[in-house]
Design a binder for this molecule. Structure first.
Ligand code: FAD
Length: 458
């Protein structure tokens, strides 16, 4: 059985439905901060994309839901190609294969497919991510150990390339353009459509095991305990014993009759000019202490909806505004198994430099895939949210980059707003291989972003 549908567009999208006339506007990454001037076009298909190229004399980059934290989906003075009108999707309900255009979001997929028993195999910590953004960042979920990245479930994709053609890409082709596009941060072209394998599930609920842990070591051990493929640890780094936290391991359960929302509806939004100024360490410390104390010490099999468990931050719209006008910076690193000491050192150095980490999340990763710029490698990933205005932040993170790279680890480009070219080179050993493929696909360097120029990615 095949069913085609056109989901509601996201509330976040504020542009008028237009296709060609570029609109000058200021954009930022999800971390906020001062806006960057771009011209935005919003094509509704390939013909409009081709027309858009005429306007791209200073380069162009695709933009999905703008949930990357830094400057990946923008090009100062250039063209941003908003994919918000590319919304068609079709499900082969027998095979569980979705063919979706790039602007369809994870939320839209879940709302349409979960009632039919199909789950998006890899979801990030927010439902507001487009298919194009998910592929271009080769995103991971809490289940990387068993499911790999989002890209591992993509059977084919259509890429709009610099010569104005639409290329059908499949894994393992001699030109390696499919692999260069997974995690390629929009720099090989605009993904227009993808064919993605879904996972069968028995309903909208997860059974969640929870353990309260007293240290980073305990968190690492609890993440490896048996049971539950979706694993994550929240760490409290503001208390006197940094590293205590809450570890959850969740598994899908068969409850077809359960009436739980597969997604999250924001219950409130932080206003544009947040009257509380910027978050304070003392407030977050008290919130963390309450969260830790009220979590169960040990709980097994607690039923929770997929939406609530996977996307807790989506309950508060525009939450980065809590960080004040300069916004937040997220530093997400991964280190290989055996380099756990680096996690401890990173936490300690930030503490010694008085840089407050308001949110810290730890996950385990399984083996890397074949895409040269894909972020996950087998080991541990730690994501740290810090105020951009914290004094000494860049100095401390530059030093951490060296440590992470020496251990064989790397920082996640989709979260990045500050990495230096030398660090990028040290962290991504297959960078040259990726550049060769990209340069063949885009010899004149049409696809560019502020991230790419800042880090010398291209
Ligand atoms: C609260 C929160 C939690 C998150 N949790 C996770 C997580 O658990 N795991 C994880 O991996 N990531 C996570 N992320 C990051 C997010 O998944 C990625 O940044 C994702 O790429 C964002 O998708 P987007 O549609 O917003 O893309 P954008 O931010 O708009 O763009 C991101 C990149 O994708 C490119 N791109 C977008 N659309 C296309 C297209 N059609 N063709 C080619 N390139 C395109 C852009 O050029 C840019 O380089 C999280 C983000 C937030 C805000």
């Amino acid at each position: 059985m095949r069913s085609g549908f056109m989901p509601q567009s996201e509330a976040q999208a504020t542009l008028p439905d237009q296709t060609l006339a570029p609109i000058p506007t200021l954009v930022t990454g999800w971390g906020g901060g001062a806006g960057t001037p771009v011209s935005i076009v919003r094509p509704d298909g390939v013909e409009a994309l081709r027309a858009g190229l005429e306007l791209a004399s200073r380069g162009a980059i695709a933009r999905g839901m703008g949930r990357s934290y830094g400057d990946a989906a923008q090009l100062s003075g250039g063209l941003a190609i908003d994919t918000g009108l590319l919304k068609r999707m079709e499900l082969d309900a027998h095979a569980g294969i979705v063919t979706a255009q790039a602007g369809v979001t994870i939320r839209e997929l879940l709302e349409s497919l979960l009632p039919m028993g199909w789950m998006v195999p890899v979801v990030p910590g927010t439902q507001h991510v487009s298919i194009g953004g998910a592929i271009a960042s080769d995103i991971h979920g809490k289940n990387h150990g068993t499911a790999g990245t989002f890209g591992s479930h993509v059977e084919a994709l259509s890429l709009f390339t610099a010569d104005g053609e639409l290329c059908e890409l499949v894994p393992g082709s001699p030109d390696a353009l499919f692999e260069a596009t997974l995690g390629g941060m929009g720099l090989t072209g605009v993904i227009v459509e993808a064919r993605i394998r879904m996972r069968p599930v028995g309903g909208p609920l997860l059974a969640v095991d929870t353990d309260r842990v007293g240290s980073l070591d305990e968190a690492l051990a609890a993440l490896q305990a048996p049971g539950g493929t979706h694993r994550v640890a929240w760490l409290d780094l503001l208390c006197s014993r940094p590293g205590r936290g809450i570890v959850t391991r969740a598994e899908h359960i068969a409850t077809p009759e359960a009436d739980a929302r597969p997604t999250v509806k924001a219950r409130a939004a932080v206003p544009h000019r947040w009257p509380g100024g910027a978050l304070r360490a003392s407030t977050v410390r008290a919130f963390n202490a309450l969260r830790y104390r009220t979590a169960p010490r040990r709980e097994r099999g607690h039923p929770e909806s997929i939406g609530r468990h996977m996307f807790p931050l989506d309950a508060l719209d525009a939450w980065p505004r809590l960080y004040g006008p300069r916004g937040l910076l997220q530093y997400q690193l991964v280190v290989p198994t055996g380099a756990e000491k680096v996690l401890e050192v990173a936490i300690e150095r930030l503490r010694l430099a008085n840089i407050p980490c308001y949110l810290a999340v730890l996950k385990d990763f399984g083996p890397a895939n074949d895409a040269p710029l894909s972020f996950p490698i087998e080991g541990w990933t730690l994501a740290l949210d810090m105020p951009r205005a914290a004094s000494g932040l860049d100095r401390v993170l530059d030093a951490l980059d060296e440590l992470v790279a020496e251990s064989g680890g790397r920082a996640y480009l989709s979260k990045d707003a500050r990495l230096r070219p030398e660090a990028l080179k040290a962290m991504y050993p297959r960078l040259e291989e990726w550049r060769r493929v990209r340069d063949r696909a885009d010899p004149a360097g049409l696809w560019r972003s502020d991230l790419a120029l800042r880090t010398s990615l291209i």
